[in-house]
Design a protein around this ligand. Structure first.
Ligand code: ADP
Length: 314
C-alpha cells in the first residue's frame, strides 16, 4: 500500500534527515517508525502525504507515484493524526470531524450521519460531545476526536505522528487499546511515528527502527526486532529488558507447555489468545505458581517457571 524506494531528504541547510530509505508497507498493517529524537521519523512520515517533498527517490501509495498526484487529492486519501489532536479550537467537535467530508462536497445529511457514526466508533456519545469545543474535552477525548476526524472520509491510509504523546500514561494505555480494537474493525494501513519502543511494540505489526542521519537499522515484526536485533544500536535502543518486552508479543504455544491438569485452588486462568507475558504475570501471582491455559477446553499446567522459560527461549 505504501512503498518508499531509495528516498532521501536533504534540507536546504545540508542536513540529511532521511538517507536512501527503502520500505514496503502492506495493506492493513500498522508500521511503527521508531528511533531517538532527530532520526528522521517525522520527515519520513510527512513525505508520504507530501507535507515534505523528498530530494530524491520514489514514494508510491496504492501503486501510484505520489509525485504525479494532485496534493489535495492525495491528502484526502490519507488521514492524519497529530500530537495533541490538532483540532480547530473554534470549531465544535462535530464540525471538526466533518472537515474532510465537507471538503469533499458531501451533502449535509450524509455528513451528519457520518459524523455520528465516527464519534460512536471512537466511543464518544455524539449527543453529549458533538456540540462541545475542543477546550471542553480531556486530552484523551480530543485525541479520539482527532482519530474520528482522520477516519471520517474513510481513507485507506492513516498517518499518526506521536498520537498519544500528550496524554498521561494511564489514558495513553487506554487510547492504545482502543486504537487496536478500532484498527481490528477498520483495517487501515497505518504509519505511526513514536520515540517510545514500548508503544511501537504494542501497536506495530512491523517496526522500522531508525537512527540519526535517517538510516533504517531494522524493519521487522516486533518479536524479531526484540529477539534478534541486527545491530548494537537496535539492541541498545530496544533496551536491556528486551527479552521481557518480547514476552508481550509472543503468543502462548500450548504444545510447548507442561501436562494437563484440572483447575484447583489458587490456579489462575489465562485466555488462550493471551501472551507469554500474561502467563508470566499469572504464574507469579498464583499462590501455587500455576496457571491454566484453556484452548478448546484443554487445561495446561505450569508447575514452575521452567516451562515458561523454555517457551520464551523457543
Ligand atoms: P524525528 O521525527 O525522528 O525527531 P525529524 O524528521 O523531525 O526527526 O528530523 C530529522 C533531522 O532533520 C533532524 O536532525 C532535524 O533537526 C532535521 N530537520 C527537520 N526539519 C528540518 C528543517 N526544516 N530544516 C533543517 N533541518 C531539519
Amino acid at each position: 500500500m505504501i512503498s518508499l524506494q531509495d528516498v532521501t531528504k536533504q534540507y536546504p541547510d545540508g542536513t540529511v534527515a532521511v538517507h536512501d530509505l527503502t520500505l514496503e508497507i502492506d495493506e492493513g498493517v500498522i508500521c511503527a517508525l521508531v528511533g531517538p529524537s532527530g532520526c528522521g521519523k517525522t520527515t519520513t512520515m510527512r513525505m508520504i502525504n507530501r507535507l515534505i517533498e523528498p530530494t530524491s527517490g520514489t514514494i508510491k501509495v496504492d501503486g501510484e507515484d505520489i509525485k504525479g498526484l494532485d496534493v489535495q487529492q492525495l491528502r484526502r486519501r490519507i488521514g492524519y493524526v497529530i500530537q495533541a489532536a490538532g483540532l480547530f479550537p473554534h470549531y465544535t467537535v462535530r464540525r471538526n470531524v466533518a472537515t474532510v467530508c465537507r471538503l469533499l462536497g458531501w451533502d449535509k445529511a450524509k455528513v451528519a450521519s457520518r459524523v455520528d457514526e465516527m464519534l460512536e466508533l471512537v466511543d464518544l456519545d455524539p449527543g453529549k460531545f458533538g456540540d462541545r469545543y475542543p477546550h471542553q474535552l480531556s486530552g484523551g477525548q480530543q485525541q479520539r476526536v482527532g482519530v474520528a476526524r482522520a477516519l471520517a472520509a474513510d481513507p485507506p491510509v492513516l498517518l499518526m505522528d506521536e498520537p498519544f504523546g500528550a496524554v498521561d500514561p494511564i489514558a495513553r494505555e487506554r487510547l492504545q487499546d482502543e486504537f487496536l480494537a478500532l484498527h481490528a474493525r477498520v483495517r487501515k494501513t497505518v504509519v505511526l511515528v513514536t520515540h517510545d519502543i514500548d508503544e511501537a511494540v504494542k501497536l506495530g505489526d512491523r517496526i522500522a527502527v531508525m537512527r540519526q542521519g535517517g538510516y533504517l537499522e531494522q524493519f521487522d515484526r516486533p518479536a524479531a526486532v526484540l529477539g534478534f536485533p541486527t545491530s548494537d544500536f537496535v539492541a541498545d535502543f530496544v533496551g536491556s529488558d528486551r527479552a521481557v518486552k518480547r514476552l508481550r508479543v509472543s503468543p502462548i504455544d500450548v504444545s510447548a507447555l507442561a501436562e494437563t491438569v484440572p483447575g484447583g485452588e489458587g490456579v489462575l486462568e489465562v485466555a488462550a489468545d493471551a501472551t507469554l507475558y500474561d502467563l508470566l504475570a499469572a504464574v507469579l501471582q498464583s499462590p501455587v505458581s500455576t496457571a491454566r491455559v484453556t484452548p478448546g477446553g484443554q487445561a495446561v499446567r505450569l508447575g514452575d517457571i521452567d516451562a515458561l522459560l523454555r517457551a520464551a527461549q523457543a
